[in-house]
Design a protein around this ligand. Sequence first.
Ligand code: SF4
Ligand code: SF4
Length: 466
Amino acid sequence: MVRAQASMVMVLDKCIGCHTCSITCKNVWTNREGLEYAWWNNVETRPGVGYPKRWEDQERYGGGWVLENGKLRLRLELKKYKVPSKEDYYEPFTYTYEELFTEELRDEQPSADPISMYSGEKIEVQWGPNFDDDLAGGDLTIPADPNMALLERSMYTEFKNVFMFYLPRICNHCLNPSCLVACPRKAVYKRPEDGIVLIDQTRCRGYRQCVQACPYKKVYYNWKTGKSEKCIFCFPRFEQGQPPVCALTCVGKIRYVGVVLYDEEKVLEAAKAPERELVRAQRDIILDPWDPEVVRQARRDGVPENFIEAARKSPIYYMFKKWEIALPLHPEFRTLPMVFYVPPLNPVITVLDRNGKFSADYESVLPTIDKLRIPIKYLASMFAAGNEDEVRKALKRLLAIREFFRLVEVEGVSKRQAARVLEEHGLSLEDADLMYRWLALGRERYVIPTAKKELRIRIPRRKAGR
Ligand code: SF4
Ligand code: SF4
């Protein structure tokens, strides 16, 4: 059965960590009592512990699926896990801004004190959703990053080895969402027409099983209403052909939004793939929107014509499926997340010696994959369940495009000659032009079909233990 899925790609090299996406999302959706602490979109500095602290550590939080005797089980069924505490998120605070205007005239600058948004009392701020921004306090927080487990301590203690990048996160609107299956009230559902995962507020009773079961900790409990809430992919905008607010306002233009077609019947099989093959298995269920058989089946299954058309122009299809430069976050959680990341290459400029020549270690201005500053192991732990080959392939293709354009634009080599670099990495001249248009110029980042009338189609509820 062919289904359409709303999806996003984020190109991490372009993220400048400005947090505009988080603020605009907050202003639109969670700027109200009960959700002061909740950031449907948040941006983390990596390496770091993230928000809530150590959310990737499923031994602590029990999210996602485990494969047991060939069957998928919710991890939380195995043991009693707890939802993250106030300390794991943070105590939301504001400032006594009015004191800046009302304080008596003094010699010192007036200052505003932080006050808790829960109690209204003055507090000493201990933590926040991006407290370790730009590696602040890295000595304390970086060793607690689960992805650092495979790396040597020298990676973060020697200045010359220090690396960082930003990781913006929203709900992944997964194909095999553990939040949905964990809900005993069947309040969490996946919209059949575009796969957006929502919580029916009239059914939710605030049991918080979904909060525990989501391995990305992207469901939040609203203490005012007593119900759980989550990112809704700005569906009222999406239905009008508009991108979610986080994407619209993204300063770095790192976000690409579109739909892809996938084979619903193969979802379970893909989620059960051996760990190293999870990325490939997820790619395999994304369907070719030009294949006449796929199109015929999509029409039979009620996928509207404008969705099929949008899937053909989808940057997501190219980046995840065709070029294989985008990767899912922690595929080993087996939820098949549908927000993808183009891993960061930076910095790409290599060292020059005193004479202005490239250092003996480097033959060209572009370093080889293993000379990149961010360790492949770290990226593989985050985006490929430890499979370094997937990360290498993506980074090599990104470097190949840069080398191609350098040869053409700086060294005056003809496009036809320079295409050799592309061919070595399985890319064509058309691919290079499209990549340049999308990644460098940031054009046509959103290909979103407008919604059709309610579709009478259903996505089967997947049970644990299948
Ligand atoms: S990211 Fe979490 S909340 Fe979102 S669909 Fe996946 S499991 Fe559910
Ligand atoms: S708005 Fe864009 S560039 Fe700024 S932090 Fe968010 S994702 Fe990164």
